[in-house]
Ligand binder design. Structure first.
Ligand code: UDP
Length: 411
């Protein structure tokens, strides 16, 4: 049986002062006819990464406006998650793919979860490739099926996408962050573009006083009187933690007192993360000014908030990036942000206006130096970034778009 995720309560009214009345009124208008509809979100994990981050807010907000919304997590085992991690990477272009045995396991676990899916639904929203096979086995349990893709499928390794495409096309609708993420070979019927969003009232993003942020960072050995650069992300090759360390080393040649914090959680569906954590740790070479922290050091949402709020520069030096919620989080905190010119990041940062887009560790270092040496520049980038995040990337906008889609699908 799939596991129901326990959720707190959220109220749309609390967001009005942040996003304005116009959008909250539009949400209530859309929600009226959807009252009482049973909507189920299904994902692979309730911990770590962007998908769970979004669901912890969007499901309670759907409930607040009258939808009978739920979130279930699939059952899996280590070999399954090894296979789906490989699938995730190969769908983003990595050359290796799943063996026939791994595909069999993939189908088997999906079939088992389909059987275990309880209840009757007006719409089931399946997140990402891990549970994509649910629809085949549980078709009759929902009136509508939607597949929500959080990754970039524009240049996949051909083998896995050939296998997945027919499954995607069987859904009534698919939802993507960007138009360019939709595989070229796909029939565009049912395709919807909805970028993700962050929750400005969650512990990770709520306003933190500079004193409180400094207090929390001090607990982790940060000298709050010296400059701090932070990257928050999983330990994953696409997030380029090694490039982050290279950039930091180049910055310290000119500003030796700079410190680097690398904060990364270990998701339960990410066994590769442990290995990459180790690699990053070794590459840091016992530099005391590089703090490598994770949930294993008790770094949770509040600490991520504190590090981002305290940072002179926030980094997201990704080589490949689905969207980059960490970028939104940094922008929302008004921090000058330097990030890879890939995936959903250029949608969030206009180069030189609301942050900097970079293509190499060295360029990253140069932009960090510009910001560290010119606080007025940092301030203006941060301010522009925050306003852009407010307009486009906060939860009420995402809720509005979901309600719009559920309405269009006549759920
Ligand atoms: N995150 C976290 N703790 C960490 C690392 C990441 O809470 O140690 C959060 C981060 O703040 C963000 C999400 O996980 O909300 C990552 O989403 P993003 O879109 O940046 O990347 P993904 O992990 O989905 O590829």
């Amino acid at each position: 049986m799939l596991q129901e995720v326990a959720l707190g309560q959220k109220s749309l009214t609390d967001y009005t002062h942040i996003v304005g009345k116009e959008i909250t009124e539009r949400i209530r208008e859309l929600a009226g006819p959807l009252k009482g509809k049973r909507v189920l979100h299904v994902s692979a994990t309730a911990f770590g990464g962007g998908v769970s981050e979004i669901l912890y807010t969007i499901v309670p907000l759907m409930r607040d406006v009258g939808i009978d919304a739920h979130w279930h997590v699939i059952f899996g085992k280590e070999e399954f998650f090894n296979a789906t991690k490989l699938l995730h990477n190969s769908l983003q272009g990595a050359p290796e793919s799943l063996s026939e045995e791994q595909w069999e396991l993939f189908d088997e676990i999906n079939a088992m979860n389909a059987e275990g899916l309880q209840g009757e639904w007006d719409a089931v929203i399946v997140h990402d490739p891990q549970p994509i096979g649910l629809r085949r086995g549980a078709f009759a349990k929902s009136k509508r099926w939607i597949w929500r893709c959080h990754i970039d499928l524009s240049t996949p390794n051909p083998a896995p996408i050939e296998r997945l495409l027919p499954m995607i096309e069987e859904y009534d609708a698919s939802v993507w962050h960007l138009p360019t993420y939709v595989p070229a070979a796909m029939d565009h019927k049912g395709v919807n573009i909805i970028p993700p969003a962050i929750d400005p009232l969650s512990p990770k993003n709520m306003a933190f006083s500079p004193e409180d942020a400094a207090f929390v960072c001090r607990q982790f050995g940060i000298d709050v009187d010296r400059p701090l650069i932070t990257q928050v992300s999983r330990f994953d090759p696409w997030k380029d933690p090694i490039g982050v360390i290279d950039a930091y080393r180049e910055v310290t040649e000119r500003i030796p007192e700079v410190q680097l914090a690398m904060v990364g959680s270990m998701a339960t569906d990410d066994p590769e993360g442990r290995e990459y954590f180790q690699k990053t740790f070794e590459y840091a070479d016992a530099d005391l000014d590089i703090k490598i922290l994770s949930n294993l050091n008790n770094v949770g949402a509040i600490e991520v908030n504190a590090f981002q709020s305290q940072s002179d520069v926030c980094l997201q030096k990704s080589i490949r990036e689905g969207f980059g919620l960490t970028v939104t989080e940094a922008l929302w905190k008004g921090r000058p942000t330097v990030a890879g010119n890939v995936g959903g990041i250029p949608l969030q940062i206009e180069d030189g206006v609301s942050g900097f887009l970079v293509n190499s560790p060295s360029e990253c270092a140069q932009r960090c130096l510009e910001i560290l040496e010119n606080p007025a520049l940092g301030k203006s980038l941060g301010r522009a970034g925050k306003e852009h995040a407010r307009e486009e990337f906060l939860s009420p906008r995402l809720l509005r778009d979901w309600l719009g889609l559920l309405t269009d699908l006549d759920t």
